[in-house]
Design a protein around this ligand. Sequence first.
Ligand code: KG4
Ligand code: ZN
Length: 405
Amino acid sequence: MLILGVDTSCDDTSIATLKIKNQKSKIKDIEVLSSVVSSQEKLHAKYGGVWPAMAQREHEKNLVFVLEKALKEAKSIGQKENGNGKKITEKKQKTLSKILEREPLLKENLLKFLNKYQKPKIEAIAVTIGPGLEPCLWQGLNFAKALAFMWEIPIIPVNHLEGHLVSCFLQKTGKNFQFSIFNFQKKIWPAMGLIVSGGHTQLVLIKKIGDYKIIGQTLDDAAGECFDKTARILGLGYPGGPKIATLAAKATSLPTPNYQIPNNLPRPMMSSKNFDFSFSGLKTAVLYTWQKIPQKQKTSKMKTALAHEIQQAIIDVLLHKAIRAASTFKAKSFLLCGGVSANKELRKQFSEKLKAEKPSLGLLTAENGFFTDNGAMIALSGLCNLKKKQKFPFKNIRANGNLNI
Ligand code: KG4
Ligand code: ZN
C-alpha cells in the first residue's frame, strides 16, 4: 500500500510517499520511497521569521512541483500517452474549481499535472489539518482534497503534533524503515513525549497511539521560537536553532576569558513544581545581556559564548522537567521529537542523563531528516489512523490552526 503524506503547517512544503509492505501484520515494514521538503527558509530569512501570507503563496506555488518530485523519486508516476488515460470531464473540472476556488494558481498547476500524468497507485492521502499557520494549512488541505477527489481515494486528516510523536517510531533497519512500535508493544507504554518545535513545547503522557494527555506546556514562547528569536537578537539569521547549535558547538574550543559572558542566563521555571515552561524571559534576558555588552566586545567569540549559554539554558530546563515528568508518571519510554530535537547536543545530553538517572527508560528520537517538518511523519500518523479514514464526501474536514493533540 502507498500513502502520501502532505504537510504545509508552517514554511516548509513537504510531501512523502510511504510504502507499507505488510499491511496486515503488526510489525510493518515501511519504505520511505521519497520525502521531499521545499524549504522557504531563504525567503523568510530576510524578515527574520515566517510571514504567513507569503508562506501561503509559496505553498500554492510549490505544492504541485513537490508532488511531482516526490512521485518521481518514488518511481510511482507515469505519463499519459496519446489516448491513454481518461480526459478530465467537465463535471470533474467544475468540482475541482470549487475545491480550489481560492487557489487559482494551484488549480492551474494541478490541472496541468493531472492532464500529464496517470493516476498513481496511491491509496490514501494523509494531510496535516493543524496545528499551524491556518492559511498555510488550508493550502495543503485543499490540495489534498482536490487530489483525493480526482484520484478517488480517501483523505486522512492528521494532527501535526501526533505526526512528530510517531516520527520516533520510524526506525531505520538497513535501507528501509520499520514502523517499530509493535516490536515493543506493552514495554513502551505509558510513554512520555516531549514535543519541541517552533510553535510548541509540550509534555504529553501517551498511554498508546491516539491516547494523549498534555501534562505541561509553554506559557509563552516555544523552545524553537526562543532559539529563533535569540538568534535574531545576535544577528545570526533564520531559522535560529541550527545557527545557534553550530556556533554553540564551537564554544568549547574558545580560550577561557573569551568563553565567559557577563552573566549566566536564567533557567525559567526550572524549579517550579508543575510541568509548564516559559521561554520569553530567557529571550528578554538575552536581549538585555546583549545590549549591555559594549560594542567593541560584540565579537564573534562573544556571540559563540552566548549561543552556547542560550542552548544550554534551554537544554537544562527541558531536561529537568522532562525527566521529572517521566518519573512522576512512571513512563516506560521517552519520545523526544519536533524540530528542536534536531539539536545534537540536546539529544546527547538527554541520552546521557537518562542513562545516568533512569537507565530503564528507553529514549526514542526520529531518524536524521525526520526531526523537522516532513511528509513521512504525516503519512505515518495517517497509517495509524487509517481505520478512522474519511471517505467521500470530505467537505467537513477543516483546518484548525489551534488544534490540540
Ligand atoms: O518541527 P519544526 O520543523 O516546525 C514546527 O512544527 O514548528 O520545528 C522548527 C523549529 C525552529 O524553531 C527551528 O529553529 C528549530 O526547530 N530547530 C532547531 C534545530 N533545527 C531546527 N533548534 C535547535 N537546534 C537545531 N539543530
Ligand atoms: Zn513541526
